[in-house]
Design a protein around this ligand. Structure first.
Ligand SMILES: NC(=O)c1ccc[n+]([C@@H]2O[C@H](COP(=O)([O-])OP(=O)(O)OC[C@H]3O[C@@H](n4cnc5c(N)ncnc54)[C@H](OP(=O)(O)O)[C@@H]3O)[C@@H](O)[C@H]2O)c1
Length: 243
């Protein structure tokens, strides 16, 4: 049986990197997509290839740019015999007071976090017969509201809706699920004000943020045969939230 291939967007660092590591350990070949972190993506690909004897191909692509996404999928189709798994992980946030946000600010978040996964799925599913798609959303899409992230929250709520539509369109050969992650220790959350962070930790039953690996293991599980009947679902991984 041939090894599977997974395309992970935004795999240069943070959660995407942790997902790449878990997949590599499980002998899955990887397309390590990055936008700006070229050095990190290339180093990660080299390390994973040597450590786990898999193929790991770094490819630069801004997921919000349709032409770049189309080019990335063309490159992938030359390198590998189809894709089995897509992880739409690339994402950005830009905290600011609601009415200080410009239309350009808002659009930038939507284009990366929501239009990006749409474009990746539109082109990548052309070279995907069977398999699994996981979209990385957030508990912000459901019930945690911050006054500073209206654009991010809307993008992640839209991503849940997009996932459900993708599941309808791609059944029965491709399962599509969404992770609604709570706080994760990555660069996205590293500049939080200490007082705010402590308040947030108090709202989590496990009293701490997740490590990227704790989310990555759930992402991997959802792509395996053990999760063969989980489809069109939103899986919350947030340590248990309470107000
Ligand atoms: N951290 C949290 O608390 C948290 C909570 C819930 C959900 N999430 C979600 O988890 C996902 C990963 O976030 P993270 O915490 O790992 O953040 P991070 O450390 O800031 O990493 C973001 C990743 O996204 C990539 N990226 C950003 N814009 C891109 C674009 N236009 N095209 C391609 N790649 C792009 C970055 O690649 P380059 O560096 O190469 O540009 C980087 O690899 C995001 O979707 C985020 O919304 C995070």
């Amino acid at each position: 049986m041939r090894n599977k291939t997974a395309l992970i967007t935004g795999a240069s660092r943070g959660l995407g990197k942790a997902i790449a590591e878990v997949f590599a350990k499980n002998k899955i070949n990887l397309i390590i997509n990055y936008n700006q972190s070229e050095k990190k993506a290339k180093e990660l690909a080299n390390f994973l290839q040597e450590e786990y004897q898999i193929r790991a191909i770094p490819i630069k692509c801004d997921v919000s740019d349709e032409r770049e996404v189309e080019e990335m999928i063309k490159k992938i189709s030359v390198e590998v015999n189809g894709i089995d798994i897509i992880i739409n992980n690339a994402g950005i946030s830009n905290d600011s007071i609601l009415f200080d946000k410009t239309k350009t600010d808002f659009m930038e978040i939507l284009e990366t976090n929501l239009i990006g996964p749409f474009l990746v799925c539109k082109y990548a599913t052309k070279i995907m017969e069977k398999g699994s798609i996981i979209n990385i959303s957030s508990t912000n899409a459901i019930d945690t509201n911050y006054p500073y992230s209206a654009d991010y929250d809307a993008s992640k709520a839209g991503l849940i809706s997009l996932s459900n539509n993708l599941a309808d369109s791609l059944a029965p050969n491709i399962r599509v699920n969404t992770i609604a992650a709570g706080w994760i220790e990555t660069e996205m959350s590293k500049d939080l004000d200490e007082k705010f962070k402590k308040e947030e930790e108090k709202k989590i039953l496990l009293e701490r943020f997740a490590s990227p690996k704790e989310i990555a293991e759930v992402v991997y599980f959802l792509t395996t045969e053990k999760a063969s009947y989980i489809n069109k679902s939103v899986i919350r991984v947030d340590g248990g939230y309470h107000e």
